[in-house]
Ligand binder design. Structure first.
Ligand code: AMP
Ligand code: ZN
Length: 469
C-alpha cells in the first residue's frame, strides 16, 4: 500500500487511484525564459521518481507536465535580445529537454505548451463567466474568488486573513476588481506583446488558467496526483482548484504533493536572489546522475541544502554502487560455475529483504532516503557474499537486484568510465603490434573498443593520431 502525504489534508493517506491500475498525474512545469536551475530540477527529479515507482508497482501512468511559454519574464527576455517571445521559449524548451535527459528524467506522456492551448483557455474562462465565477472589465477577466466557497482549502488559509494581506498587493490597473482577492484569468495585450483574439479583446491568458485547462484536456476533469514545488501551493494551486472545481463541480485532484525547496547556504535558491546554479553549469563538473542521486538522498518534503561537499559525497556514494555492479559483472563473466549452489540460493532468498525494505520506504510517501539506504545494504551484502568462485547465476542475480532498484530511482548503473590518455596510447601501441604480427582480429577489436569509448583513430603517415569524439 502506497501512502502519500496530501497537502490538502496535511496527512499521509492511502493511495487509491480513481481508476484501477492507472495513475493520472499533472506536474507544473517550468517557465522557459532561461536555462533551468537546480532548484527547478528538484520537482522534475522527485516526480519522475514517483512516476517510476508507480510504474514499478504496475500502474499505467499518464504523466502530463507543461511548459509555460507565455509569461512576462519570457517577453522581457525577448525584448532584451530583440527576438520574438517564441524564439526564447523554443530555445529554452530545447535546452530544458537536454538537461532532463542528462538527469535521466523520462519525457512526459504529454508536454503541452500553453500557447498551443489558448482555445481551451478561452472556453474555460467563458464557462466560468457563464457560471458566475468570473467577470470581464475593460478587457481583463477576473475570477470571483469569494464565489468559490472552498477557496483556501489547499493552503489552509482563511479568506479574511488573505483579504487583509492582499490589499497592499493591489497593483495599478487592478483597481477595477470587485474584490482584492480576485485574480486574473485573461489580460489585455500591451504593445509588443504576443496576443490572441478573445471575446474580451486581444490579450493573453493568466498563468493559473493554463494548468487547469491542460490538465483537463490531457487527463480529464479528475486526476489522481497534482505536483509541484511548495511555493506553488498558494496562490497557483489554490487558484487551479478554484477554476477547475467551479467548472466541473467535482474534486480536481485527489492528492496534492509538494516538494520542499533546494537551498544554497541555507537560503532559498532563486533566480531573483541570484544565488543559483543552472543544471548546465553543474553538468560541466559532474555527471548529472550525481545531481539526481544527491536530490534523492533527501526526502522530497525536507528542505535540502546544496553544497560542493555534499555533491562530492554523493559522487563517492554513487561510485560505490557502480563499482559493486562492475564487480558483479566481472564475476559473472569469469565464473566457472554456472548454476546457483544451494548455499547461494539461500543467500538469494535472504537478499530479497532489501528489496522489501526498499519498497517499504518508497510506499511510505516516497522516502527515497531510506530506499537508498536499502540499496546500500544490498550492495554491502553483494560485496560480502559474491566473490571469486561464486556462480554466474549468483553474480547475475545480485547485479539484477541492484540494477532493478537503481532503475526505479532513475539511476543508471552503467559506468561511463573514461579512458585516460596513457591507457589510450597503450591500446594504440598494442594495436600497432597486433597489426605487425598480422593479428588483424585483435587490431580490429582494439579499434572497436576505443570507438565504444568515443576515441577516434586516424592512420596518418606520421603514425596513428587519436581524438575524443
Ligand atoms: P518556475 O519556473 O519558477 O515556475 O518553477 C518551476 C518549478 O520549480 C516549480 O514547481 C517550482 O516550485 C520549482 N522550484 C523553483 N525553485 C525551486 C527551489 N529552489 N527548490 C525546489 N523547487 C523549486
Ligand atoms: Zn500549474
Amino acid at each position: 500500500m502506497i501512502r502519500i502525504y496530501n497537502t490538502l489534508s496535511r496527512k499521509k493517506e492511502e493511495f487509491i487511484p480513481l481508476e484501477e491500475g492507472k495513475v493520472r498525474m499533472y506536474v507544473c512545469g517550468p517557465t522557459v525564459y532561461n536555462f533551468i536551475h537546480i532548484g527547478n530540477a528538484r520537482p522534475m527529479i522527485v516526480f519522475d521518481t514517483v512516476r517510476r515507482y508507480m510504474e514499478h508497482k504496475g500502474y499505467q501512468v499518464n504523466f502530463v507536465s507543461n511548459f509555460t511559454d507565455v509569461d512576462d519574464k519570457i517577453i522581457k527576455k525577448a525584448l532584451e535580445e530583440g527576438v520574438s517571445a517564441e524564439e526564447i521559449s523554443k530555445r529554452y524548451i530545447e535546452e530544458c529537454k537536454k538537461d532532463m535527459e542528462g538527469m535521466n528524467i523520462m519525457p512526459a506522456t504529454t508536454h503541452p505548451l500553453a500557447t498551443q492551448e489558448i482555445d481551451g483557455m478561452i472556453a474555460m474562462i467563458s464557462d466560468l463567466i457563464e457560471k458566475g465565477y468570473a467577470y470581464a472589465i475593460n478587457g481583463t477577466v477576473y475570477y470571483r474568488t469569494r464565489r468559490f466557497a472552498e477557496y483556501g482549502k489547499l493552503s489552509h488559509k482563511n479568506l479574511d486573513d488573505l483579504q487583509g494581506g492582499n490589499r497592499s498587493l493591489l497593483v495599478s490597473g487592478e483597481d477595477e476588481k470587485e474584490d482584492a482577492l480576485d485574480f486574473v484569468l485573461w489580460k489585455p495585450k500591451k504593445d509588443g506583446e504576443p496576443y490572441w483574439v478573445s471575446p474580451w479583446g486581444e490579450g493573453r491568458p493568466g498563468w493559473h488558467i493554463e494548468c487547469s485547462v491542460m490538465s483537463k484536456k490531457y487527463l480529464g476533469e479528475q486526476i489522481d496526483i497534482h505536483g509541484g514545488g511548495e511555493d506553488l501551493v498558494f496562490p497557483h494551486h489554490e487558484n487551479e482548484i478554484a477554476q477547475s472545481e467551479a467548472c466541473s463541480g467535482c474534486v480536481f485532484s485527489k492528492y496534492w504533493m509538494h516538494n520542499a525547496f533546494l537551498n544554497i547556504d541555507n537560503k532559498k535558491m532563486s533566480k531573483s536572489l541570484g544565488n543559483f546554479f543552472t543544471v548546465r553549469e553543474i553538468s560541466e563538473k559532474y555527471d548529472l546522475q550525481i545531481l539526481r542521486f544527491f536530490m534523492l538522498n533527501a526526502h522530497y518534503r525536507s528542505p535540502l541544502n546544496f553544497s560542493a561537499d555534499l555533491m562530492e559525497s554523493s559522487k563517492n556514494a554513487l561510485e560505490r554502487i557502480l563499482t559493486a555492479v562492475d564487480n558483479l559483472k566481472y564475476l559473472s563473466e569469469h565464473a566457472k560455475v554456472i548454476k546457483l549452489t544451494e548455499e547461494e540460493a539461500q543467500k538469494a532468498e535472504e537478499a530479497k529483504k532489501y528489496e522489501q525494505e526498499f519498497d517499504m520506504a518508497m510506499d511510505d510517501d516516497f522516502n527515497t532516503a531510506d530506499a537508498i539506504a536499502a540499496v546500500f545494504e544490498l550492495v554491502k551484502f553483494a560485496n560480502t557474499y559474491a566473490k571469486e568462485g561464486s556462480s554466474k547465476a549468483f553474480a547475475e542475480l545480485l547485479q539484477e537486484k541492484i540494477e532493478g532498484l537503481c532503475k526505479i530511482l532513475g539511476i543508471v548503473t552503467e559506468k561511463k568510465a573514461e579512458l585516460l590518455d596513457e591507457e589510450i596510447e597503450q591500446l594504440i601501441a598494442e594495436r600497432q603490434a597486433a597489426r605487425k604480427a598480422k593479428n588483424f582480429a585483435r587490431a580490429d577489436e582494439i579499434r572497436g573498443l576505443l570507438s565504444e569509448k568515443g576515441i577516434l583513430l586516424e592512420d596518418t603517415r606520421e603514425g596513428v593520431k587519436w581524438k575524443r569524439a
